[in-house]
Design a protein around this ligand. Structure first.
Ligand code: IYR
Length: 220
């Protein structure tokens, strides 16, 4: 494709608007937490469509958009995903994980049980596309796939929170069962599983904190 440019519209229009918008955004993101306890309250499909639309607005290598999102609402499919995930987690907690890893997980009090995979009204399963398959069957390269899909997931997590909903960056390991249950082609690999819903009444989160700016940055 030849290059073709159009003018960038600066946004927001003024510094005052920028400050107000940033402060809202900052307050919103500062209250985000990963949640494991979900209410069964439903969420309309249109909300999930808008959230995925925002995720897909993320930058990606050569704008290849090497991702695919499967939004699961069907209770039968959610049950299959939960059963398969719990099977993997049983072997993780029952011996596959190192002592160090299990020690690191203690503050989160996690175990093999994953009720949120059925309680949350939606599961968004994100797949990364290592390459694309064109209409004639030939392979087309994608670039910086992990980085691109990671950024899209960051957008998605922020968007879910901005919508007043909660999620968890869940990575049952290994995740091959998701390709099988959801019937995805072999150029796609499962990347993340995000339950999306409202918090359960009285939901709790671990009392943990983030590192300070001085620990994570240098200004030179
Ligand atoms: N996938 C397991 C274990 C797990 C691993 C990490 I790293 C976490 O931050 C949390 C859990 C599970 O979901 O229980």
């Amino acid at each position: 494709m030849d290059s073709k440019f159009r003018r960038y519209t600066p946004w927001p229009a003024s510094d005052t608007d920028a400050r107000a918008l940033f402060e809202n955004f900052e307050t919103a993101l500062q209250t985000r937490r990963s949640l494991r306890m979900y209410s069964k309250r439903s969420i309309p499909r249109t909300t999930i469509e808008r959230l995925i639309g925002l995720a897909a607005s993320a930058p990606s290598g050569a704008n290849k958009q090497p991702w695919h999102f499967v939004a699961v609402q069907n209770p039968e499919i959610k049950r299959k995903i939960r059963e398969a995930a719990e099977e993997e987690e049983k072997s993780f907690y029952g011996g596959r994980a190192t002592e160090e890893w299990l020690e690191d997980l203690k503050p989160f009090a996690t175990n093999w049980e994953k009720p949120f995979l059925e309680d949350a009204p939606w599961l968004i399963v994100v797949f990364r596309k290592n390459y694309d398959v064109e209409a004639n069957g030939s392979k087309a390269k994608n670039y910086y796939v992990q980085e691109s899909v990671g950024i899209a997931c960051g957008f998605l997590i922020a968007a879910i929170h901005a919508a007043g909903l909660v999620t968890l960056t869940h990575t049952p390991s290994p995740m091959g069962f998701l390709s099988e249950i959801l019937g995805r082609p072999s150029n796609e690999k499962p990347f993340l599983l995000l339950p999306v819903g409202y918090p359960a009444d009285g939901a709790e989160v671990p009392d943990i904190s983030k590192k300070g700016l001085d620990e994570i940055s240098d200004f030179i």
